[in-house]
Design a protein around this ligand. Structure first.
Ligand code: FAD
Ligand code: EPU
Length: 354
C-alpha cells in the first residue's frame, strides 16, 4: 500500500483535482454522511488512466450522481467522481441521429437537450437523476421506455489495466433493471466513459401508453402531443409522487418490482382480488408492483426516527435527516421480511450497498 506522502506526490505530479478525507454527504442523494479517504474529479479519460496506472492497489469506487447508492460505511480508498463531459453527433440522416455522449453528462440535462432538439426516444426518461454513464448499468426505465431501446454502444475502460472495451446493445445483456455491468463479477470492473444512442428525427411514435401520461395530456387538453409535451407530462407525474432528494434524502425505488409465477398470482388473488400485475413476455410470469405490496402491508408513510417509508410512494425509503446508511438498510430488511411473511414474495434491493 502506498503511503500518504506517495499519494500526494502522485497527485501533485498529475495535477488531479483531488480532495482528501472528504464527506460524501453531497455526493449521494440519500444524503448519508460518510467519508472517503480521497475523492478525484475525473474530467478526462487520460486522468482516469493515470490513476489506474499510478494507484493499482488502492480500492476505487466509481461514482456518478450518487442516486442509486446507499453508503454503509466510510470508503477506504479513492472515489472517482465521473465528470467526463461532451455530446457529439456521430452521424445523422432525415430519420435518425446517433449521438456520442460522455459518461459524466447529467442524464436529465441530456434528455432535455434531445427534447429541445425534437429528437425522440428518451423523453419518457426525463427527471431521472444521475449521470449518463451510469444509466446503462441498471438499464434505467420509466413510463414504458428503457435506455436499452436507444443504446447502440457502451464504451468502457477496464479498471485493472486501462484497456478500452466496447459493448454493443446485445453484449450489454439488458433486462429489467439489469445489464452485464450489474452482474456481481463485473462490479467495479468497467468504467463507462461514454455511450452511443440512436434517436429519431422523423416518423417518431410517442410512447404514451401509460395511463398516467394519458391522463395528464387529457387534463391539459393536448390531442396531438409533441415530444416536449410527453417529457413535461412525465415530469409532472414524477414530481407528484417522488420526493426531491434536495429536500428529502432518497434513491428512488429502493426495491425492484418482483416477478412471480401465474400459480402464485392466482393464489394471492383469492385473498387480494385487486392485486395489480403486469404481463411479461413469458405468459406464465407476472411483474408485481413492490410499492403495492409494501403499501398493502401497512408500511407506507411510517417513520422510524430518522428514516421512513415515503407517504406518497411506498417503494421509496427516505432519510429525514442525519440517518446512517445502516438505519435505512435495517428498515429495508424489516420490510423484506414482512413482505415475505405476508405474500411469500422476496424483494431485492435496486439500490447498491457500498
Ligand atoms: P450512482 O449512484 O453514482 O452509481 C450507481 C452504481 O453504479 C454504483 O455502484 C457505482 O459504483 C456504479 N457506477 C456509477 N457510474 C459508473 C460508471 N461510469 N461506470 C461504471 N460504474 C459506475 N432509476 C430508474 O431506472 N428509473 C427511475 O424512474 C428512477 N427514478 C429515480 C428517482 C429518484 C428521485 C432517484 C433518487 C433515483 C431514481 N432512479 C431511477 C435511480 C437512479 O437515478 C438511476 O439508477 C441512475 O442511473 C443512477 O445514476 P447515478 O449516476 O446517480 O449512479
Ligand atoms: N402502488 C401502490 N402504493 C404505493 C406505490 C405504488 O399501491 O405506495 C401501486 C399502484 O397501484 C401503482 C403501481 O403500484 O399503479 C405502480 O406504481 P408506480 O406507477 O408509481 O410505479 P412503480 O412500479 O412503483 C416503477 C419504477 C420507477 C419508475 C416508475 C414509472 C421500479 C422498481 N420502479 O415504479 O423507477 O419511475 O415505475 O415507470 O421498477 C426507480 O427505479 O428508482 C424508479 C423510480
Amino acid at each position: 500500500m502506498l503511503s500518504l506522502l506517495q499519494v500526494l506526490v502522485i497527485f501533485a505530479t498529475n495535477k488531479q483535482v483531488m480532495q482528501k478525507n472528504i464527506s460524501l454527504k453531497n455526493y449521494n442523494t440519500f444524503g448519508i454522511d460518510v467519508k472517503a479517504d480521497w475523492l478525484a474529479k475525473i474530467e478526462s479519460e487520460e486522468q482516469l488512466l493515470t490513476i489506474i496506472d499510478d494507484l493499482p492497489d488502492m480500492p476505487k469506487l466509481i461514482l456518478g450522481g450518487g442516486s442509486n447508492v446507499l453508503f454503509l460505511q466510510d470508503f477506504k480508498g479513492i472515489v472517482l467522481h465521473n465528470e467526463i463531459k461532451g455530446i457529439s453527433t456521430i452521424d445523422e440522416d432525415d430519420k435518425y441521429i446517433r449521438l456520442y455522449v460522455k459518461g459524466g453528462e447529467n442524464w436529465h440535462d441530456l434528455v432535455m437537450w434531445t427534447v429541445n432538439n425534437n429528437y425522440g426516444g428518451i423523453e419518457n426518461l426525463a427527471l431521472i437523476p444521475g449521470k449518463t454513464g451510469t444509466a446503462p448499468i441498471q438499464n434505467i426505465g420509466a413510463y414504458g421506455v428503457e435506455i436499452k431501446d436507444v443504446v447502440t454502444k457502451v464504451h468502457t475502460i477496464d479498471m485493472q489495466n486501462g484497456t478500452p472495451k466496447t459493448f454493443d446493445n446485445k453484449a450489454c445483456e439488458f433486462g429489467y433493471r439489469q445489464s452485464v455491468f450489474k452482474k456481481p463479477e463485473n462490479k467495479g470492473k468497467y468504467f463507462i466513459n461514454a455511450i452511443e444512442i440512436k434517436l429519431q428525427k422523423k416518423g417518431y411514435r410517442l410512447n404514451t401508453k401509460y395511463g398516467a401520461i394519458q391522463q395528464v395530456l387529457i387534463e391539459k387538453k393536448i390531442d396531438i402531443p409533441t415530444i416536449k409535451d410527453v417529457a413535461e407530462a412525465v415530469m409532472q407525474i414524477r414530481r407528484s409522487k417522488l420526493p426531491d432528494p434536495k429536500q428529502t434524502g432518497n434513491a428512488g425505488s429502493f426495491f425492484k418490482n418482483p416477478f412471480i409465477k401465474r400459480s402464485q398470482l392466482n393464489y394471492l388473488q383469492q385473498y387480494y382480488p385487486d392485486i395489480p400485475f403486469y404481463p411479461t413476455q413469458d405468459t406464465h410470469i407476472f411483474k408485481i408492483p413492490a410499492g403495492w405490496l409494501i403499501d398493502q402491508a401497512g408500511w407506507k408513510g411510517k417513520r422510524f426516527g430518522n428514516v421512513g417509508v415515503h407517504p406518497a410512494q411506498a417503494l421509496v425509503l427516505v432519510n429525514y435527516g442525519g440517518a446512517k446508511g445502516i438505519e435505512i438498510k435495517n428498515l429495508a430488511e424489516r420490510i423484506t421480511e414482512d413482505i415475505f411473511q405476508k405474500f411469500g414474495i422476496y424483494l431485492h434491493p435496486e439500490v447498491n450497498y457500498i
